[in-house]
Design a protein around this ligand. Structure first.
Ligand SMILES: [Mg+2]
Length: 419
């Protein structure tokens, strides 16, 4: 009796556990198997410090950090207790909406801190005031603005360009690709505009837009299919050509379009499917023989880790502003390098000048980097570069910090935004 009772209990227990144990066993086995062997090397480089703190022997205590505004123009100014000063340009399009995040949730955190701890300060301010809950452009643009100003100040203190604070400067000439941002116009008109732009910059590489953006239908219908061969025919075999779909397609259509691009020897296919369709991005990358590029919208280092470890992207494109600055972007570059991949950053407006410094110091720069129409309509002086491509090549400023001095009278027009 006792024995059969035990048997019953034991059978019941096993039966009960049976519904739990095997599935829990499966889950843990699955979890174990899902750990990609690439993660170990990616984690190592992701955790390596980027900022060269050792270049500074004594504390650089931040006395003030201000966001300045004049009409819709934003500048950031940082000053140390010892009188050092640095500036950055804001990403005006985004800061018009996001400036309260700078002044209410970040600014105060930096006051009294040692700027030499920049890398850890940026990690801490992500958690401060639960800022991580806003992860995305909302916090990364204000944070990049702060980082750029601090790097400018520190670079000026030791007379080194920004690139030397986050890496080893290995180039001061950058070949550009001319990017055309138009959609909704005919293939013929797109070609005409591209030609005009290329005539100005003499770029040896170009990029244009495909599809209707973020799963929207394209207008005029059939534009992309006509444009892909037409751009090759117009610009010839030597032109390096890429195209950007900004997430226009689903997997099936992206593969179909990608194969046309393959046929015409395109250099890369950017954002074939919406940027956060990670598995689908990989499916496209697996199915076509040209590199898939992406990452301009990516807010997360960990997501880049997945995309690189699983070969979802062959070219990463972290944006200096949208990804929170050069230090975070350098970690992406290092992860990409560990996987033998290139970093060709996306450029949002004035981020172009920060991208130049970043490119000067990364080991795995692509052969051509993004150049769009760039608004130089502000008073500045740059002694070492025109900032404009000449014969398709732009010179990275080699002066201290950003290497660009903003006209003091222009700065005076701005006023400090109060929290
Ligand atoms: Mg793009």
């Amino acid at each position: 009796m006792g024995s059969s009772r035990r048997n019953f209990l034991s059978t019941a227990l096993l039966g009960g556990m049976g519904t739990i144990l095997p599935s829990s066993g499966r889950a843990s086995a699955k979890k174990f198997q899902s750990i990609n062997p690439n993660y170990a090397k990616l984690d190592k480089v992701m955790n390596d410090p980027v900022f060269k703190k050792e270049l500074f022997n004594t504390p650089v205590i931040i006395d003030t950090l201000e966001l300045l505004r004049y009409k819709d123009n934003f500048l950031c100014r940082v000053r140390s207790k010892d009188g050092a000063e640095g500036f950055s340009f804001g990403q005006n399009d985004q800061l018009r909406s996001l400036y309260p995040i700078f002044v209410n949730r970040m600014q105060q955190f930096f006051i009294g801190k040692d700027a030499r701890d920049l890398e850890s300060l940026l990690e801490e301010v992500y958690v401060y005031e639960s800022n991580y809950k806003l992860q995305g452009i909302a916090i990364w643009v204000p944070m990049a603005t702060i980082e750029f100003a601090i790097l400018d100040m520190l670079g000026r203190m030791i007379n080194k360009p920004m690139g030397a604070l986050i890496g080893t400067v290995q180039r001061n000439k950058i070949s550009v690709y001319q990017a055309n941002s138009e959609r909704y116009i005919s293939p013929e008109l797109t070609i005409e505009h591209l030609q005009k732009e290329v005539d100005k910059t003499k770029a040896k590489a170009i990029k244009f837009k495909l599809g209707g953006r973020m799963n929207h239908p394209e207008t005029p219908e059939g534009r992309s299919e006509k444009l892909i061969p037409l751009v090759r025919k117009t610009f010839g075999d030597k032109m390096v050509i890429s195209a950007d779909a900004n997430g226009s397609y689903d997997v099936k259509e992206a593969i179909r379009i990608g194969k046309i691009m393959e046929q015409y020897q395109y250099a890369f296919f950017e954002e074939p499917v919406p940027f956060d369709w990670y598995e689908e991005t990989k499916q496209v990358a697996d199915a076509i023989h040209i590199p898939v590029a992406g990452g301009e919208q990516e807010p997360s280092l960990h997501n880049f880790r997945w995309l690189l470890a699983n070969d979802g992207l062959q070219i990463v494109q972290a944006d200096m502003f949208y990804f929170g600055g050069m230090i975070r972007s350098m970690k992406v570059a290092h992860m990409a390098e560990a996987m033998g991949r290139l970093h060709i950053p996306h450029v949002s407006s004035i981020g172009y000048i920060y991208m130049m410094h970043f490119i000067s110091a990364i080991p795995n720069a692509g052969p051509y980097h993004e150049y769009k129409s760039f608004n130089l309509d502000f008073p500045f002086e740059c002694k070492t570069s025109s900032l404009i491509p000449e014969d398709g090549i732009v010179t990275v400023p080699t002066g201290a910090g950003l290497g660009i001095d903003i006209d003091p009278d222009f700065i005076k027009k701005h006023s400090s935004i109060k929290a």
